[in-house]
Design a protein around this ligand. Structure first.
Ligand code: FAD
Ligand code: NAD
Length: 476
């Protein structure tokens, strides 16, 4: 009856939900000798999100920043099951997860339920729309691969429609106005990438239009990039000014219409601004499956931002069988790839420790039983001595080390071959921005890419764009 899951009755089963930063880091470090491991994710790949805005303007091709999850699991010593499906519900009491194959092609069975001993909940988050009218219908997002591909198509469509003969000046202005909502790192990086595309390529391919393209970045707060130091915020704002990217701070998007965006100005007045494309990068919220799980544990789970966990990433209100990591959690850490991947690696260590502990507990039981049976003096001595050693090791393992985040710095690309970086240095912080930081940004991300294959593909794309420019053909 179909492929068998890697069940060894002697081992406990770890079900991992997700194939993003947290889950992939866990899988990379997990010793699969100790557990039956099953991965469930609607995407059968890992997406390297920091380079997603580069895909949206064609600097990188989509395949370069993906890594199939099976590329990681196939190197494991024991088989890991990878199932392309979406977790629909988790029952923390029965310890089961129900999942569905939502893809275009399905077999006779497309929904099933699996029991787990341990669940690693790493489903990330989804785009926050705040219920603002028109966002889902008319804006592009910048979260998943499909979002970047959609944005690229829409951007090129705006240009081609503007190039259609006979457009009025007003319509040209509308079609060539790109609005990015959200001055967090996603919105800033995307605005920078759009500007590069314009400067490096569109000026050659659409000379009559490129000069008329406008990019506006709308941010509700008083400044963009609140997580960066003041000097880097100023640097970004002045670089954007030079790049002719308009920043509207203290301005809130109230509605997105098919051909315009409704803004609330700092003085609370409302204006409707015509535009060809809106990219929504206004932050994230919990997924429905996460909200449903939280709702099952109302007394322990009271944080509306996400899953509350203890210092070992165990979900509050459970018996320790559910671990939650990454963007789906509500912790004091920022929802970043850096945090999620460190939590994944930490969990792999915790699982190793738990497996060692269980093996020792079993050995202790065996020794205790045999202590009563052995008769010879020498044998008794050996058993007692091993029991003492097991006890000692158990005491050592009894304490799980809490998760400790080590911040490696914040980096963001701001366009025009410039990047900004806040880097921790000797109990302080070094803030740097410019072309050298851009080279650092590139090398940092190149080395963070999980595999050599992806590094080669990304480096190759960068070289290709340098030589031939970006592709302006529109994949309809
Ligand atoms: P994700 O990486 O989002 O993974 C979630 C996984 O769960 C996915 O595989 C998804 O398919 C799967 N999933 C979804 N629903 C279900 C379900 N129902 N059942 C099972 N699986 C499910 N952070 C940085 O630190 N540095 C950066 O430079 C940076 N750049 C970014 C750029 C962009 C454009 C974006 C969008 C984010 C960026 N981030 C960056 C943030 C970073 O991507 C997230 O913090 C990180 O992805 C969180 O990891 P995660 O494992 O919690 O979630
Ligand atoms: P974010 O939450 O950091 O920023 C969203 C911004 O949108 C906020 O500043 C918010 O004030 C604004 N906003 C919300 N509603 C609005 C509205 N109606 N009108 C105007 N503005 C509105 O989101 P993000 O940039 O997607 O980042 C998400 C997480 O991913 C963060 O933790 C971030 O640090 C991380 N990330 C990091 C990098 C990097 O390090 N280079 C890149 C991308 C994302």
């Amino acid at each position: 009856p179909g492929p068998q899951l890697p069940f060894d009755k002697e081992k406990k089963t770890v079900v991992v939900l997700g194939s993003g930063w947290g889950a992939t880091s866990l899988l990379k470090h997990l010793d699969t000798e100790d557990y039956n491991v099953v991965v469930i994710s609607p995407k059968n790949y890992f997406l390297f999100t920091p380079l997603l805005p580069s895909v949206a303007v064609g600097t990188l091709s989509t395949r370069s920043i993906l890594q199939p999850t099976r590329y990681i699991t196939r190197h494991k010593t024991r088989t890991v099951s990878v199932i392309e499906a979406e977790a629909k519900s988790v029952d923390p009491v029965a310890k089961t997860v129900t999942f569905t194959d939502n893809s275009e092609i399905q077999g006779e069975v497309s929904t099933t339920t699996l029991p787990y001993d341990y669940l690693v909940y790493a489903v990330g988050a989804e785009v926050q729309t705040f219920g603002i009218p028109g966002v889902r219908e008319h804006a592009c997002f910048m979260k998943e691969l499909a979002d970047a591909e959609r944005m690229q198509r829409q951007f090129m469509d705006c240009l081609e429609s503007a190039a259609f003969p006979g457009q009025s000046q007003q319509e040209l202005d509308r079609l060539l106005h790109m609005v990015v909502v959200g001055g967090g790192p996603t919105g800033v990086e995307l605005s920078g990438e759009l500007h590069d595309f314009l400067e490096d390529d569109l000026k050659s391919w659409y000379p009559e239009l490129a000069g008329k393209v406008r990019i506006t970045l709308v941010e509700a707060l008083p400044s963009v990039l609140p997580m960066f130091s003041k000097q880097l915020i100023d640097y970004t704002e002045s670089t954007f000014k030079e790049s002719k990217i308009e920043i509207l701070t203290k301005t809130m998007v109230k509605e997105v219409k098919p051909k315009s965006v409704v803004l609330q100005n700092p003085d609370k007045s409302i204006v409707e601004v015509p535009c060809g494309m809106v990219v929504w990068a206004a932050g994230n919220t919990g997924r429905q499956v996460t909200k449903d799980l939280i709702a099952q544990l109302p007394s322990a789970q009271t944080n509306r931002r996400g899953i509350a966990v203890d210092e070992h990433m165990r979900m509050d209100g459970t018996d320790g069988s559910i671990f939650a990591i990454g963007d789906c959690t509500a912790t004091s850490y920022a929802p970043t790839a850096q945090v999620a991947s460190q939590q994944g690696a930490y969990l792999a260590r915790i699982f190793k420790q738990m497996a060692k502990k269980e093996a020792l507990v079993a050995r202790k039981a065996e020794l205790s039983a045999s202590a009563n049976q052995v008769t010879g003096e020498e044998e008794k001595k050996a058993v007692v001595s091993e029991l003492a050693s097991v006890e000692k090791q158990l005491t050592k393992l009894s304490k799980l080390r809490p998760f400790q985040y080590s911040h490696q710095g914040s980096l963001a690309y701001i366009g025009s071959e410039k990047a900004i970086a806040d880097l921790p240095f000797m109990n302080g912080n070094v803030a740097t921005g410019g072309v050298a930081t851009f080279l650092f940004w590139r090398s940092a991300y190149l080395s963070t890419l999980f595999s050599l294959r992806n590094r080669v593909l990304v480096a190759n794309d960068w070289m290709k764009v340098k030589i031939f420019g970006r592709d302006v053909s529109r994949d309809a």
